[in-house]
Design a protein around this ligand. Structure first.
Ligand code: AQP
Length: 347
């Protein structure tokens, strides 16, 4: 049983959003529609929004140090160009707030080996060579739990692929609270919904669109120019039938469903509405409509990213001030965690 006094004296949760993107090079339409577009939508008076470039997650696979710095700035530029306002949201890079790694260690001691061994992303990323994978890749979900719980975040917008890691975050919060008989960490709500929580490869509608897919034709990169976007949609795999007028007609047609999903998310309308608009059309007619819509939305973002990237000092200073604001929230939460666990504080 949780002590009610402890419970009431520690409850500080408000609606707080945390999410992050790894600076591992390359950004796809999946990152935009599944994550960053929704980060922007959650910037409102209702939520305190905290967005992070998760550079410590990035090094779970080796990164070229010079490129890692540039990629970190590039993700920050992407956030800002897509509409994150660094004055209202807190925007920073993970390694600048040491409390992430400190809390992750505590969570390494809370999470169970069996839980971690069930993580499908580790299995996918380590592949057949699991014995040679970095220990950090295995421990990644505990660091992710620390990222979220360090801010007592209550809502985490992510793509569908992160669902299992969020469930683990909830398990860690519940076990910590139980082990120390306290109601300290919130049990976070994943915010996975949205039309495009899983954007699929343009070459295979059953595989996630991903920056590490060997085929560049499988994805739309945020840096692609208009001609490339048109070409990639033109070459996107489809079936031979026309588009249906109702959702049921997309059943067992993963490529068709993916293109309709992308168009709906970009044009901010329901799948039903899209099918009313394009139902009956052949793909040869629909693909240029889709490409034009993508170019209209993505081009201004990519132009603004390029402009921001020419001014590294401006990005660095935004990240530095974000880290300072992040630490103001993180530091007391880590301090309290250490106290709960029984770490002696130097006087
Ligand atoms: N295809 C996708 N559909 C919807 N959401 C997606 N996200 C990524 N791909 C899709 C979401 O983007 C956020 C940041 O992801 P990340 O930085 O952790 O990168 P990732 O998931 O590792 O991205 P990739 O492209 O899939 O990289 P690789 O190829 O290295 O595995 C997350 O919220 C994620 O859900």
């Amino acid at each position: 049983m949780i002590d009610q006094d402890k419970k009431s004296s520690l409850k500080t949760f408000e609606k707080r959003v945390f999410s992050g993107v790894q600076p591992t090079g390359g950004l796809t339409l999946g990152n935009y529609l599944g994550a960053v577009k929704r980060f922007v939508e959650m910037q409102s008076k209702e939520y305190k929004t905290i967005y992070c470039v998760v550079d410590q997650h990035a090094i779970t696979a080796w990164q070229n140090p010079t490129e890692l710095k540039q990629n970190t700035r590039q993700i920050a530029a992407f956030f800002i160009a897509a509409g994150i306002d660094p004055n209202s949201s807190i925007l920073f890079n993970q390694s600048a707030v040491a409390e992430h790694a400190q809390l992750a260690w505590v969570f390494n001691c809370v999470a169970r080996m069996g839980w971690m061994q069930r993580m499908t992303q580790f299995k996918d990323k380590a592949g057949k060579n699991a014995q040679n994978a970095a220990l950090g890749l295995f421990a990644y979900p505990a660091l992710m739990a620390a990222d979220i719980l360090l801010y007592h975040a209550t809502h985490v917008p992510v793509g569908d692929d992160q669902k299992q890691h969020l469930e683990l975050t909830r398990d860690i919060a519940i076990k910590f609270n139980h082990d120390y008989d306290i109601d300290f960490f919130p049990v976070t709500e994943p915010v996975i919904g949205g039309t495009a929580s899983r954007v699929m490869s343009l070459r295979d509608g059953t595989k996630k669109m991903s920056k590490s897919d060997p085929s560049d034709l499988s994805r739309i990169n945020m840096s692609d120019d208009a001609d490339t976007i048109f070409l990639k949609f033109k070459k996107a795999r489809t079936d031979a039938e026309a588009l249906p007028s109702e959702i049921d007609g997309l059943k067992d047609r993963p490529e068709a469903e993916n293109l309709v999903t992308i168009y709906s998310a970009l044009s901010e309308q329901s799948m039903d509405k899209t099918l009313q608009e394009v139902g009956g059309k052949q793909f040869s007619e629909f693909k240029p409509i889709l490409a034009e819509c993508a170019v209209e939305i993505l081009s201004p973002i990519s132009r603004e990213m390029t402009r921001l990237m020419q001014n590294a000092d401006e990005i660095d200073s935004i990240l530095a001030s974000g880290a300072k604001r992040a630490r103001e929230i993180a530091s007391p939460i880590l301090e309290k965690t250490y106290d709960i666990v029984g770490m002696l504080k130097p006087k």
